[in-house]
Structures are given as structure tokens and as C-alpha cells.
Design a protein around this ligand. Sequence first.
Ligand code: BV8
Ligand code: ZN
Length: 252
Amino acid sequence: MTGPIPDSLISRLLAAERITIFTGAGVSAESGVPTFRGNEGLWKKFKPEELANLTAFMKNPDLVWEWYQARRTIIGSVQPNAGHRALAEMEGLFPACALITQNVDNLHRRAGSRNIFELHGNIERNYCLTCGTRYTGPELPQTGTVPRCSRAGCNGLIRPDVVWFGEMLPEDEWEGAVRASASADVFLSIGTSGAVYPAASLPLMAKQQGAWLVEINPEPTPLTPSADLFLQGLSGEILPAIVRTLNERRDQ
Ligand code: BV8
Ligand code: ZN
């Protein structure tokens, strides 16, 4: 979609008090970060459940650690794209604007977004499985094997601070995301296949509580039939067009 942004969206955004944005791996695709379920996807060799879970980590910590190191290398070598930057700008265009992300790549924060709920953690953070000591990526040895905790007498395995399958989402993040979904005038679901729960339940929860539901994705998803507006296209093109149109209308 490269056409103009429908007025049905612009007029609702201009009238909105509270907007909530929900993103998945698709918003980082144009930065060069592989999505999970696309054909170039991260999961092409393994299924998500095979790697992103505690059992897999305990069984083969080096393999799982290496997979995260490989992802960190990709993420460290890319920049936020125009879609991330447009979302950061949107934060200042509304009385209340919350960003809920399933992504662990920290690109929203690097683009300037601040009011972020990270449902699935953040790959830049790590912690010791035994004592909970927190570590950031750069301070850990790049040895190719899983690092061990340096706290005296601990030596525990260090894991990425991301939510694995079968693990609970961080309570504060989840609570905040539910509140932001329940109170949204407009809810935008962007770049997510809606495959992973409970995150995938948020768009419908927002709609049931009265939000006008917009989906931005190059492909239809299971959510599309429930969306009030489906903008088919790339988030890196559509989001800057939304911000441009909003600013033009505001300046009139
Ligand atoms: C929990 C962090 C409960 C790790 C991730 C059966 C039915 C229902 C649920 C379950 C079930 N069996 C198990 C479950 C629960 C499970 C689940 O949902 N499984 C799924 C696979 C069925 N969920 C969990 O385990 C969650 N925890 O439920 O705990 C509990 C209760 C009590 C006690 C204990 C526990 C935890 C889930 C968190 C998993 N962690 N990530 C890591 O990243 O390594 S999930 C992972 O998938 C990422 O976070 C990712 O964001 C997320 C979702 O994927 P998407 O973001 O949507 O990405 P995807 O590739 O799928 O899609 C990309 C989209 O972008 C596509 O639509 C594409 O068209 C689009 N796109 C592409 N290019 C662009 C674009 N869009 C816009 N612009 C573009 N340029
Ligand atoms: Zn420790």
C-alpha cells in the first residue's frame, strides 16, 4: 500500500486521547532483523519451542546461548528503521500513547520511544539462573559458550532476560499492557502474526473495550477479519505516512 492514509484513521487519531500501539517482529524486518515465522525466519532451522525454552537451555545451554549471541550480533549491526522512528514521534502527538512490544531487540528504545511495555523481555539484558545477578551483553565474555556468574561462589548459568515459552510474562509489563489496551481509543496492531499468547489476545481485548482496531501488515493474519481497518503494506512506509498526514492536518 503506498496510497494516502484513509481519512477514517486520520480523523479518529486527531480526536483520540489515548492510542495504544502493539508491535511484533514485522516492525524490525526492514531494519534487517529476521522475523520468526517468515521464510527467512529465525526459526527456519528450529521451531520456536525447540530453542526459546528453559528445558532446551538446560539441555544444551551452549547451543541456546549461541543462538542468542547470533541474534545479538545481527541486532547490534542494524539501525531502527523509519517505522520505529515514526512510532517514537507518535508518542509526542497524543495525550496518552503506549507502545506494547513483543520484540526483544530494543530497537523501539533506540529509536526514541520511552513509554514501552516489553512483554517478552529484552535481549540486551541477561541474568544468572542461580542468584539473579543481572548482566548486560557487552560485559560478558564472547567465548561461544554459555557464560557463568562471576559472583563469589555462585558460578551459575547466565541466560538472556527474555520470556521463553512456558514462562510467565513480567507482571508489571503485562498489567501495564492490559491497562493500555483496555483504555485505548485507537489500537494499532503492527507487524505481528498473532501466533503467540497471551500477547496475541490484546488486540481483541482492546476492541471489546471500545477501541477502534487498526492492523498494519503486508499479509492478512487471524486478526484481520476483526480489524476496523486493515492497511496492507510495510510498517516502514505506512507509519511515516500516518505521522506526515497527522502533522499536515494539525498544521492546517
Ligand atoms: C505463557 C522471546 C503461560 C524469546 C517469545 C496452545 C495454544 C495457545 C497458547 C499456547 C499453546 N501452547 C502453548 C501456548 C502458550 C505459548 C504460545 O503462545 N505458544 C504458541 C507458539 C502457540 N505462550 C507462552 O508460552 C507464553 N507464556 O503462556 O505462559 C503460563 C501460565 C501459567 C504458568 C506458567 C506459564 C510465553 C510466550 C513468549 C515466547 N517468547 N520471544 C525470543 O525472542 O527468543 S515469542 C516470539 O514470537 C517473539 O517475541 C515474537 O515477537 C513473538 C510473536 O511473533 P511475531 O512478533 O508476530 O513475529 P512473526 O515472525 O510470527 O510475524 C511477523 C509478522 O510481521 C508477520 O505477520 C509478517 O507478515 C509481518 N511483517 C513482515 N514484514 C513486515 C511485517 N509487518 C509490517 N512491516 C513489515 N515490513
Ligand atoms: Zn549467580
